[in-house]
Design a protein around this ligand. Structure first.
Ligand SMILES: [Zn+2]
Ligand SMILES: [Zn+2]
Length: 154
């Protein structure tokens, strides 16, 4: 499990660094949806829901508003020099963001609490038998919390 923090991380070139003071018990998750595959250019994205007031950024970011298939938009925040994405935020969920957890310095501590969108998973990727998986993603916000903050209890 990912500890409460603080956690440090940064972009590939080092111009942007950050400290995530507290996770609030949130755990990272892997998303295998097509959108995350396209945006990361990879098989899956490892994300962490955060409270933006816990994230301290050192360095400048560039922002890009990206339309989502459901009509909402999300703002991506990236290093202007190397274009590593640091996090995203959304007007529909003010105060919260999604950190690209793979850019934590201690990224070897990341163990996704759940794998979402396994129906879109790349066929060559094998997920451990005991991992929590979801064919798509939960509709119910309470289900998200139960999956992503398992230590909070039921
Ligand atoms: Zn950079
Ligand atoms: Zn996704």
């Amino acid at each position: 499990m990912l500890g409460n923090g603080p956690h440090e991380g940064g972009c590939a070139c080092g111009k942007v660094r950050y400290v995530l003071r507290e996770t609030g018990g949130m755990q990272p998750y892997a998303c295998h949806c097509r959108d995350c595959q396209s945006r990361s250019g990879s098989a899956a994205m490892v994300n962490l829901h955060i409270s933006l007031d816990q994230l301290e950024i050192v360095g400048e970011l560039i922002d890009a508003d990206v339309a989502k298939p459901d009509g909402s938009s999300v703002t991506q925040h990236a290093c202007p020099a190397c274009l590593t994405r640091i996090c995203s935020s959304s007007k529909t969920r003010p105060g919260t963001g999604i950190l690209r957890a793979g850019i934590l310095d201690a990224s070897d501590e990341l163990q996704p609490a759940v794998h979402l969108w396994t129906s879109r998973k790349q066929p060559w990727l094998t997920i451990a038998d005991d991992a929590v998986t979801f064919e798509t993603q939960p509709d119910d916000p309470l289900e998200w919390i139960r999956l992503l903050r398992p230590a909070a209890g039921s």
